[in-house]
Design a protein around this ligand. Sequence first.
Ligand code: GLA
Length: 333
Amino acid sequence: MSESSGAGGPAEVCAEAPGRVNLLGEHTDYNEGFVLPMPLRQVTRVFAARADGVVEAYAEIFDERVARKIGGPREGTWLDYLVGCVWALAQEGIHLPGARFRIQRGVPPGAGLASSAALEVAVLRALRTLYEIPVDDLRLALIAHRAEVEYVGVRCGVMDQIVASLGRLGQALFLDTRSLECEWVPIPAGYRFEVVDSGVPRRLAEAGYNQRRAECEEAAERLGVRALRDLACGDLERVARLPDPLDRRVRHVITENARVLAGVETLRAGDALTFGRLMVESHRSLVEDFEVSTPELDRLVDLAMEHGALGARLTGAGFGGSVVALVAGKYVR
Ligand code: GLA
């Protein structure tokens, strides 16, 4: 892309954003709870130039070039993520004439590593530079989230877009998804997290995610709270009176929030052993109470533990995707 950009601004810009691995705090973000993700070294890179009336993109991974008029409706293809970003900016009063993109997708789609959030944040970063848009990193993440929920049509929580935008390499991001307060917590020296893709692809929109969300919303309503975040371990007795599976869904969210808070403390104290134990407890809760694991993910967790990991669990929404394991040793680049 070498054409001139028109009045002002650079002719072409490049921006990138990382995938993420969630260390603790699964299915808590849409319950206004706590999460503890970490950015990956794998990034999605986007080159962008100005265009008029159109969003056009070439994706290297699919070797495919597609285009849609500005204002065009969702079509159920990967271009939705890009058009959705332009659409979400317009909803915020920022109207762009269009853009032409080239995408190098370094975060593999379907592995549970938030590849769509990486793409959205990279696209919005590119547009921010290209059109000199005054949005900070948090607002940019929220615009990316709006694109995914309202344009693409996936009712995800805010975790993935926020860590893609605000994450710092080698640090976990402790996020309160209600207040959106963030804290960066370093990983204890001498330990690292490894991610293993099960190779079983997952389709977020279809894979029971929306059903889990609906169950959590129904349980919150029955319990008379705004969100499951408003419950604590002291409420477990009352929760046990809910019909199955709602009781177990809520128990997962309550105990998972508690595990994130405990996990942040153990990271601060450099206690990798206890953090590993919390990961294993989280996985068990995701298997038994939230029921989002698969035999392949369970097998990978067992293998990691048999081979000396301090802890392992599925990461992301589940129903396929990846596991994360905590192991001793330095990062190797
Ligand atoms: C997906 C969603 C996130 C979060 C996780 C489960 O990655 O995009 O918002 O809900 O699942 O923790």
